[in-house]
Design a binder for this molecule. Structure first.
Ligand SMILES: Cc1cc2nc3c(=O)[nH]c(=O)nc-3n(C[C@H](O)[C@H](O)[C@H](O)COP(=O)(O)OP(=O)(O)OC[C@H]3O[C@@H](n4cnc5c(N)ncnc54)[C@H](O)[C@@H]3O)c2cc1C
Length: 439
C-alpha cells in the first residue's frame, strides 16, 4: 500500500509517495503521514479521487488507493506534470484489470498548471510549524524488550552505535524491512537515519560530489545526472519512484547485494566512502569495501557516513547499462559500468565494473588489462571481451543463466565501444563541418 509523507523543505511541505509495508514507525518522526482515508472530506471526494472516477480509472478497486496516493503526491508537487512524469510516478503501482490508459488520463487531467487547492493547502502553514519543531528533537521508542532510536546528528548516531553495537541501522528500510515482512525476523534495536540532516547533505567541490550516505536515490538522480547522464538513466530504471524516494545511496552500498545497481557504477567511477566509528573516520576506496557475499569492511558500530564521487574530466567516457526482464521495478540480471579515458585514441585509464557476475559487485581487472595503454579498436575490444571469462564465473539463477550473464557482459562492453566510436565520429564530423564553414 502506498501512502504519502509530507516533509518540510525550504519552509514548505514536499510530498513523497512511499510503500507503507516497508516503513518502520520511527521513519515517521517529524513527518506528516497521509493515507487514502485522509483525502475525502464532508464536502465530497478529493480532486484526485474525483478524476479517477471521472476517467473510469478504477474497476476492482484493489490497486486504486495506491494509485490515488501516487497521483496525489505528484499533483501536489508538480501541478504541470507531463506524461513522462506521470508514468514515472505510477511505475510502482500495478493494475491488473482496468488498464493504465484511463489512470494515466486521470492523472494528466489534474496537470493544469494550477497548484492543487485542498484541505492540505489550507493547513500547510500550521503543519509546517508543528513539523519544524518536532524535527529538532531526538527521540527513542521502547517496549517489549525492543528499542528504536531516531538521532538527529552523526555524532549522536556514532554514540548510540558505540553503546549498541548489535543495533540495526535503517535508512530507507527498502531492504531491511523485508527481514521483518518476508522472513518474520525480530529486530531488537533499530537506529533510524532518516532525521540526520548532515547525512543528507550534498556538497559539490571543483573535483568531487560529496554525498551524504542517507541521500535518497531520487535526490542522487538530480545531483548526478548533469555530470554523468548514464548514471541518471540507470537510476530511472532503479525499482520505482516510491522505492527511490525511500531508498538511499548508503543503503544500496551497505547491503552489499551482488545485484545492487549503484555499486558497479560507483566502482567504475572510483568512488570512495567515508566510514565512521565513534570519533574515528576512515576513507576507503569502494573497491576495498566488498569482501564476500554480503560481507563488508564495516566493523561493529561503524557506519557509512558519506560517498565521494570524482567529477568527470575532459577525455572521459562513462556509460552504464542495466539488463533486467522488465524496464521498471526489476532487479538487474547484469549491470555493467564502463569508465574509460581516451587520449589520441589510446586508453590511458580504464575501470570496468559489473553487478550480477560474482558474489560481490566487482571490477573486471583482466578486461581492464586488455585495454590499458592500447589503441581502442576492434582488436583490443575483442581481447577485453574474451578476458571477461577470466574475471568472472557467474551462477545460473531465476534471473539468468551463467552463459547469458557472461555473453551479455561482453556485449555491453562492445555496445560501449560502439557508442564511444559513434561519439568520436560525430565529434570529428562536427569539427569537419566547422572547419569547412570557417574555410
Ligand atoms: C520493490 C523493490 C524494488 C527494488 N529494486 C531495486 C533495484 O532495481 N536495484 C537495486 O539495486 N535495489 C533494488 N531494491 C533494493 C533496495 O531498494 C536498495 O538496495 C536500496 O538502495 C536500499 O537502501 P535503503 O536506504 O532502503 O536501505 P535499508 O533497507 O535501510 O538498509 C539496507 C542495509 O544497509 C544498512 N545500512 C543502511 N544505511 C547504512 C549506513 N549509512 N551505514 C551502514 N549501514 C547502513 C542497513 O543496516 C541494512 O543492513 C529494491 C527493493 C524493493 C523493495
Amino acid at each position: 500500500m502506498h501512502v504519502v509523507l509530507g516533509e518540510v523543505k525550504d519552509g514548505k511541505l514536499s510530498y513523497q509517495s512511499i510503500n507503507a509495508c516497508l516503513t518502520f514507525v520511527g521513519a515517521l518522526h517529524g513527518k506528516q503521514l497521509i493515507s487514502v482515508e485522509d483525502l475525502q472530506t464532508d464536502e465530497g471526494l478529493h480532486p484526485v479521487q474525483k478524476a479517477m472516477v471521472d476517467f473510469h480509472g478504477s474497476q476492482c478497486g484493489f490497486c486504486t488507493p495506491g494509485f490515488i496516493m501516487s497521483m496525489f503526491a505528484l499533483t501536489k508537487n508538480s501541478p504541470n506534470a507531463d506524461k513522462h512524469s506521470v508514468e514515472e510516478a505510477l511505475a510502482g503501482n500495478l493494475c491488473r484489470c482496468t488498464g493504465y490508459r484511463p489512470i494515466v488520463d486521470a492523472a494528466l487531467s489534474l496537470s493544469n498548471n494550477t497548484p492543487l487547492k485542498d484541505q492540505f493547502s489550507d493547513y500547510e502553514a500550521q503543519v509546517v510549524n508543528t513539523l519544524s519543531k518536532l524535527n529538532l528533537t531526538t527521540t527513542s521508542l521502547h517496549g517489549d524488550n525492543k528499542s528504536a532510536f531516531v538521532p538527529t546528528s552523526t555524532d549522536e548516531l556514532a554514540a548510540i552505535l558505540e553503546k549498541h553495537p548489535d543495533a540495526k541501522l535503517v535508512a530507507g528500510g527498502t531492504d531491511l524491512a523485508l527481514e521483518v515482512t518476508q522472513f518474520h525476523r525480530d529486530i531488537d534495536t533499530l537506529v533510524h537515519l532518516n532525521n540526520i540532516s548532515d547525512m543528507k547533505s550534498i556538497v559539490e567541490t571543483d573535483n568531487h560530489l560529496d554525498i551524504g550516505a542517507n541521500v535518497s536515490l531520487s535526490e542522487v538522480d538530480h545531483v548526478i545526472t548533469p555530470h554523468y547522464p548514464d548514471f541518471g538513466r540507470l537510476l530511472q530504471r532503479f525499482a520505482s519512484l516510491q522505492i527511490r524516494n525511500q531508498g538511499t545511496l548508503g543503503g544500496n552500498i551497505a547491503n552489499a547485494s551482488p545485484i545492487g545497481d549503484s555499486p558497479p557504477l560507483l566502482l567504475a567511477l572510483n568512488a570512495e566512502i567515508v566510514l565512521r566509528k565513534g570519533n574515528r573516520r576512515r576513507t576507503v576506496n569502494l573497491d576495498d569495501f566488498f569482501l564476500g557475499y554480503k560481507v563488508t569492511l564495516l566493523e561493529p558500530s561503524e557506519f557509512i557516513e558519506r560517498v565521494i564521487i570524482p567529477k568527470p574530466h575532459k577525455h572521459q567516457f562513462f556509460q552504464a547499462h542495466k539488463i533486467s526482464k522488465r524496464i521498471d521495478d526489476d532487479i538487474s540480471a547484469v549491470c555493467g559500468a564502463f569508465n574509460l579515458t581516451i587520449e589520441n585514441n589510446t586508453v590511458t585509464d580504464v575501470c570496468l565494473a559489473f553487478g550480477g557476475l560474482a558474489a560481490i559487485p566487482a571490477r573486471a581487472t583482466s578486461a581492464e588489462a586488455a585495454l590499458i595503454n592500447k589503441t581502442l579498436d576492434d582488436k583490443s575490444i575483442d581481447a577485453a571481451m574474451k578476458a571477461l571469462t577470466q574475471d568472472f564465473s557467474p551462477i545460473t539463477d531465476c534471473r539468468a543463466t551463467k552463459e547469458y550473464r557472461l555473453e551479455t557482459a561482453a556485449n555491453l562492453l562492445y555496445r560501449t565501444y560502439l557508442r564511444i566510436r559513434l561519439d568520436h565520429n560525430n565529434s570529428q564530423a562536427q569539427q569537419i563541418e566547422v572547419t569547412s564553414y570557417v574555410s
